[in-house]
Design a protein around this ligand. Structure first.
Ligand SMILES: [Cu+2]
Length: 500
């Protein structure tokens, strides 16, 4: 008890120092004068830049405890109600990780927060280079779940108590599947306002990463694990990418706050002394993302601020008119399933999505496990909404799998090319990987260069199907699923062409 009180007092002192040092509020925004830096995917960064990021995090962690690094875990827990299961989720986490990035820049002004595109790794996340012993390290060891490899090996956390940093993968030595690029793009394609995009992104896609890696990641102290920041940087990029689709998206901000009020651009994101409108354009927070081009600048004279009935309200249940599954049938499946034969095949495939832990199917997208009830409660999520979204995303996976001329850039057979498209060589990654590398025979173009198109064709051929027309039809169905902007993203982020 006494120890607890001492800890709390020390923390308040640390928080005051932090605020005094100007980590909150206007110092984080461009008005104070800052260089706009580009956040890059971990695997596309020059090694020196990547190393500089890890050094800066370690420098923060090494300060006398409780320190600035600890402040993030503490604050995330303190403001858990305001920041989860309501409209502020994306906006709050944007300023939260920007504030952390600012702390790193006080140590090294050239450091920008990287992002981890875990959708690339979604079909076997435990084999990711990001989780290798060279970088973030892997699962916690058996017995005490302590992370003992990687750049943060044996790191001691401070809150809620002093102990080792823990991870406890949900399948033992494997991680259950995350959501695929196509699933994320289908969400972006169907969400027409902020409230919807915010709710659909938070859960299940963002939550399953937390709940599958588990250990500290599945607590309200999750910023104790530095993975939190590169995970949330990717979530934030999803939002920025969706915002970049239009001026209307850029300034869309609606839904319900944790106190039940309608979300507005003037809402304060506590404790950052920053309003929602200040975080809408990432350039105002001194960063951009690779491949995301914000074409619009000023806020519209009257910013769109329509409250959303269903998605932003934690107590709302998904009604017949706006369950995402219904939306899927209406918008995408309806257009795709023009023949009974195709429809029948889709239904058969849908019942045969490989299991989250399957590692033998190289072509298909796996089923994701449902978000655990405990995680739903901890994050104040709308259970019915989460369950209907899981059903919708299961259908998306089934559709991707049944589009037989198309192979996802995250499918195990194409992941090597996808990573190569990010600029990191296979050998380099294999060298630093501590765990089993899934043996995949990589088809290469005649000249030895990496050809994603060739790969897709080969994969289709290996399935024993498809002439050119059939293939075009199949990829068109994926294009229909992700929309024209999604098709552009597939091309620019993953090097995969689908017919728009
Ligand atoms: Cu959070």
């Amino acid at each position: 008890m006494r120890l607890l009180r001492t800890t709390a007092l020390a923390l308040v002192a640390a928080a005051c120092t932090l605020i005094g040092a100007g980590t909150t509020g206007p110092q984080l925004v461009a008005a104070q004068g800052c260089r706009v830096l580009e956040r890059q995917e971990l695997r596309s960064m020059p090694i020196q830049r990547l190393t500089a990021f890890f050094r800066a995090v370690q420098a923060l962690q090494a300060r006398p405890r409780p320190n600035v690094f600890d402040w993030y875990a503490f604050t995330h827990n303190q403001f858990r109600v305001q920041a989860h299961g309501n409209a502020q989720f994306l906006a709050w986490h944007r300023i939260f990780i920007r504030s952390f990035e600012y702390q790193l820049q006080l140590i090294d002004p050239d450091v920008a927060l990287p992002y981890w595109d875990w959708s690339i790794d979604s079909q076997a996340p435990e084999t990711s280079w990001v989780l290798s012993r060279t970088w973030f390290g892997g699962n916690g060891r058996s017995g005490d779940n302590c992370v003992v490899d990687g750049q943060f090996a044996n790191f001691r956390i401070y809150y809620p108590q002093q102990r080792c940093l823990q991870r406890q993968f949900n399948l033992g030595n494997r991680l259950g599947a995350f959501y695929s690029p196509e699933a994320l793009l289908a969400i972006a394609n169907r969400a027409t306002d902020y409230a919807t995009f915010n709710a659909w992104t938070e859960a299940p896609p963002h939550n399953i990463v937390h709940s599958n890696i588990a250990g500290d990641m599945d607590t309200m102290y999750s910023p104790n694990d530095p993975l939190f920041f590169v995970h949330h940087s990717f979530v934030d990029r999803q939002w920025a990418q969706w915002q970049a689709r239009s001026q209307q998206n850029l300034w869309s901000y609606n839904g319900r706050n944790s106190d039940g009020s309608n979300a507005q651009l003037t809402d304060m994101l506590q404790p950052f002394n920053t309003r929602a409108r200040d975080v809408m354009d990432t350039r105002n927070l001194c960063y951009t993302y690779t491949g995301v081009i914000q074409r619009t600048i000023a806020a519209p004279a009257s910013a769109p601020n329509t409250p959303s009935a269903a998605t932003g309200n934690p107590s709302a249940t998904a009604s017949a008119t706006n369950t995402p599954t219904t939306g899927l049938r209406r918008r995408a499946v309806g257009r795709y399933t023009s023949t009974a034969a195709v429809d029948a095949r889709r239904r058969t495939r849908s019942s045969r999505l490989p299991d989250q832990g399957d590692r033998s199917d190289l072509n298909a997208i796996r089923a994701c496990k449902p978000i655990p009830e405990e995680n739903i409660r901890m994050n104040f999520l709308d259970r019915n909404l989460v369950r209907s979204l899981e059903a919708m995303l299961g259908e998306v996976a089934a559709q991707v799998n049944s589009a037989r001329g198309y192979v996802s850039p995250s499918a195990l057979i194409s992941r090597p090319q996808t990573l190569a498209a990010l600029g990191r060589s296979q050998n380099e990654m294999a060298l630093s990987r501590s765990r089993t590398v899934i043996p995949i025979d990589v088809p290469k173009a005649q000249d030895g260069s990496v050809r994603v198109d060739a790969l897709v064709n080969n994969a289709a051929a290996s399935l024993g199907v498809l002439d050119a027309t059939q293939q075009q039809n199949a990829t068109a169905s994926v294009a229909n699923l992700v929309g024209s902007e999604g098709a552009r993203v597939l091309r620019s982020d993953y090097g995969v062409s689908v017919v728009p």
